[in-house]
Design a protein around this ligand. Sequence first.
Ligand SMILES: CC(C)(COP(=O)(O)OP(=O)(O)OC[C@H]1O[C@@H](n2cnc3c(N)ncnc32)[C@H](O)[C@@H]1OP(=O)(O)O)[C@@H](O)C(=O)NCCC(=O)NCCS
Length: 173
Amino acid sequence: MTTIHEASSQADPESPAGSSLRLVREDDLPGLEVLDKEVFDDLAYSMHYLRTFFNLFSSTWYVADCGGELAGYALVGPSSDKSGAWLLGLAVSSGHQGRGLGSELMTKAMEVFAEADVPYAYITVRPDNAAAEHLYQKFGFRQFGEEHENYYGNGERRKVLQRSLVADPYVGG
Ligand SMILES: CC(C)(COP(=O)(O)OP(=O)(O)OC[C@H]1O[C@@H](n2cnc3c(N)ncnc32)[C@H](O)[C@@H]1OP(=O)(O)O)[C@@H](O)C(=O)NCCC(=O)NCCS
């Protein structure tokens, strides 16, 4: 049986963004640090976090490789008690946005959620991030609970979004 990991290490000639999705590698970490800084500025993950995520989640972390350039990534972190899995990061570099790559990465994240054998998928999003929230709603995510004033302790507001993978299993497409 071909797993999604094997299948996705191959280039996708149909990709609207001209990139291929593959599993993250250790030598991607410096490029991911640059990408995250460009996209998230002072909220970017430091190398400390990126290394830790690599140690924990390298089999559920996909990057978009555009001819050797890192154009984006989707990082899923299943919880250790299997109660859920979190989208810990989704980003497309500014030069590649608006061409379908975010949707491609989100499709891959959904496949990873489905394979993780967990009942729920979760995402946090800034309430003013209309592009990201629109994308997540297209994939069936809905607000879960009240908006948080200070979710990460840095004074920024966040919504938690949830999608059931049991009541509404992801079947692709
Ligand atoms: C969110 C993000 C990943 C989307 O990536 P992208 O490659 O531009 O997305 P796509 O081209 O696949 O477009 C996805 C959808 O979002 C919509 N969209 C894109 N930019 C938008 C904007 N500024 N406002 C509203 N909708 C927007 C697109 O129209 C598309 O919807 P449609 O399929 O209904 O037409 C990208 O904008 C990004 O990296 N943003 C900065 C980092 C970030 O906010 N990450 C999410 C943190 S929770």
